[in-house]
Design a protein around this ligand. Structure first.
Ligand SMILES: Cc1cc2nc3c(=O)[nH]c(=O)nc-3n(C[C@H](O)[C@H](O)[C@H](O)COP(=O)(O)OP(=O)(O)OC[C@H]3O[C@@H](n4cnc5c(N)ncnc54)[C@H](O)[C@@H]3O)c2cc1C
Length: 492
């Protein structure tokens, strides 16, 4: 575990001054999904006295769930085996043991796969992180304020957070961990269908699919993991209508390896300096793995494990090239569907209920409640189709992060934030400090989680998300002048 102690010099200085004692430093974490909760958790390990107040602002009723794990849909499963998802840096099987200790899979016979891997429902992982935070919240070491931050203002030496009820909180250090903005529906569809009773622009909202009737013909825009979730959820609800899933390239998220295999290949000894060389190296490693009787999965796992270092070596233009040209291919291999979800998709395809197309919805008109679409295909003639429902599954719109919430927009306008040049999130330093066009680097404003991907590279799933949160906690601890016993390594 990342373990830190308070510097005695700092503590004695603090205790000498009542005024200072009254003014314990405040760390405000905006967003209590996995990133915010894990940052608070690892910081709290450092902060046993406690030297600082840790406040997490999160409107959801528990910490640690966030967008991914705050779901009651039984079809929503973690998409990497439970053995690879842990809050503890040095205890990779911590989640597995928690599942065991709490009989968390009672009644879920599908969770255990024939190869021995566990793929629990996503809510179980949310329960786990929440359970780890709960004692800290009860003890007051971490405060959970159930509200959203509406404004964040720099005021002399401190930050002023204004929540959605108008309450103000002062903080010395602020960590932005809001990660995933809602998906952005293609402009035409949003305008045309915004009042349609079965237009679902954000399927991650609770009950979003309830409007869809069992025999509805459904157009799903997007083909990634959210699309897979939607199709599996509809199947579980007894949906029997036809589904078209369309995305520009028609790439479907891949499944897991038929048998577990270790990461394979080495992308750091002779690293690639261009996107093209990186692809060459990956292809070569896959050929070698295949020749040795394995599949591509272990190679992609290795690219993922070494991803942050690989990313750092690449110049900005090459990173941008990767985001522009290779990201869709990377995403479908790196974000794999849980086996249970893959089975649901395969069954739907075999039964002729699901078609996966490469193209886009070109022309759409509405007649009563019927949605007529012309699907322009990547190859072949256009198709004319009629649907009863449209679901947007293009995933969180990270490129639009600055416009997604007033406090982010205002911080950008006042020069504290800017979009990362790769378009993947917010600009930050290798210490995760925000960079803005006006203020430059702001050491008291940190970015935790996937919004820091432009700088850190691979930073979307576990374990990278918890590693990064522990790293941010280390940076915060340094800012609070506490001594780090076993600092989380800078992943770069
Ligand atoms: C649908 C989905 C499924 C995934 N499944 C897996 C998986 O199985 N395995 C895996 O390894 N990875 C998975 N991931 C990837 C990864 O685990 C997530 O990206 C991770 O949960 C990110 O957590 P986060 O806390 O950074 O962001 P989020 O989950 O987006 O949490 C951000 C939190 O901030 C809060 N917030 C937003 N604005 C404000 C505000 N103004 N004030 C206060 N709070 C605010 C939100 O309510 C939210 O709870 C998945 C991702 C998604 C989107």
């Amino acid at each position: 575990m990342n373990q830190l102690i308070v510097n005695p010099m700092t503590l004695s200085a603090l205790s000498e001054s009542k005024a200072l004692q009254a003014k314990r430093p405040v760390v405000a974490i905006i967003g209590g999904g996995v990133s915010g909760a894990a940052t608070a958790f690892h910081l709290a390990q450092a902060n046993r006295d406690p030297a600082a107040q840790i406040i997490v602002f999160e409107p959801r009723d528990g910490l640690g769930r966030g967008l991914a794990y705050d779901t009651v849909e039984p079809a929503h499963r973690i998409n990497v085996p439970a053995a690879r998802m842990s809050l503890m840096l040095d205890e990779p099987d911590h989640f597995l043991r928690w599942i065991d200790d709490n009989a968390a899979l009672l009644g879920d016979v599908d969770a255990l796969r024939p190869d021995g891997n566990l793929f629990p429902r996503r809510s179980v992982f949310g329960d786990y992180i929440n359970a780890m935070l709960q004692p800290l919240v009860t003890a007051g070491t971490v405060q959970h304020r159930r509200c959203a931050i509406a404004h964040l203002l720099r005021d002399e030496q401190t930050w002023c957070l204004v929540d959605d009820a108008g309450t103000k909180t002062r903080a010395d250090i602020v960590v932005i961990a809001t990660s995933h903005p809602p998906p952005v529906a293609p402009g035409g569809l949003q305008t045309l269908l915004k009042d349609h009773p079965r237009f679902v622009p954000d399927p991650t909202r609770p009950g979003a699919l309830d409007a869809i009737r069992p025999s509805d013909r459904v157009l799903v825009v997007g083909n990634g993991l959210t699309s897979a979730d939607v199709i599996a959820s509809l199947a579980l609800k007894g949906h029997t209508g036809t589904i078209t899933a369309i995305s520009r390239r028609g790439l479907r998220s891949r499944g897991h390896a038929p048998v577990p295999q270790d990461p394979a290949g080495d992308f750091l000894t002779n690293p690639a300096f261009t996107a093209r060389a990186l692809v060459r190296n990956i292809r070569r490693a896959i050929r070698e793995a295949t020749a040795a009787g394995f599949t591509w999965h272990g190679v992609i796992d290795q690219v993922r494990a070494q991803g942050q270092s690989i990313w750092q070596i690449l110049p900005l233009a090459e990173r941008q090239r990767i985001v522009r040209h290779l990201r869709p291919y990377w995403d479908v291999h790196r974000f794999r569907v849980a086996p249970q979800v893959e089975t649901a998709l395969d069954e739907a395809i075999d039964a002729g209920r699901l078609e996966v197309l490469a193209g886009s919805a070109a022309k759409t008109t509405v007649e009563g409640e019927a949605i007529h679409c012309t699907l322009r295909l990547r190859r072949g003639p256009a198709l004319a189709r009629t649907y009863d429902a449209v679901v947007v599954t293009t995933g969180p719109g990270h490129g639009g992060i600055l416009a997604s919430q007033p406090f982010l927009t205002e911080l950008a306008e006042s020069g504290y934030l800017e979009l990362d040049p790769t378009g993947l999130g917010l600009s930050c330093t290798r210490s995760s400090e925000a960079i803005g066009s006006g203020a430059g680097v702001t050491p008291s404003l940190l970015i935790a989680g996937p919004l820091a991907r432009g700088t850190f590279g691979e930073l979307m799933g576990l374990p990278q998300v918890t590693e990064h949160a522990a790293f941010v906690a280390t940076i915060v601890a340094e800012r609070l002048e506490v001594t780090v016993l076993h600092p989380a390594q800078n992943p770069l």
